[in-house]
Design a protein around this ligand. Sequence first.
Ligand code: FES
Length: 146
Amino acid sequence: MYSDKVMEHFRNPRNVGEIEEASGVGEVGNAKCGDIMKMYLKINDDGIIEDVKFKTFGCGSAIASSSMATELIKGKSVEEAMLLSNKAVAAALDGLPPVKMHCSVLAEQAIKAALLDFSQKHNVHIDGLEYFDPDEDAHDHPEEEE
Ligand code: FES
């Protein structure tokens, strides 16, 4: 049911923890399953994500998704992180079962929520962020229509 990569990132998640005095922190949750994901970003003056950590209180797919998502945005620009989709996270994990796709949505939203926090605190504009609604439930995501 789960790919080797999902199992590997679930068993050995990368970048677990928190960053003190993070540039941006985002927390999102899924009302249906009750899972919560918190993402911390350390962003330098050039807009590069120098460090990223996460804490996920949730299912194995959510942990694997957050682990993979942190790997995908570490060292990238905020604009590149903004473009990371849940589908890209799931693809990097060699796929997730359809009923678990919302777990990867949580990872995408947690990053965007942290970017939003960063942009508001530092008065920085990030293209596309204006369309992000931090209160949107992951199950309401268009790709999660049942
Ligand atoms: Fe909800 Fe995985 S079951 S995040």
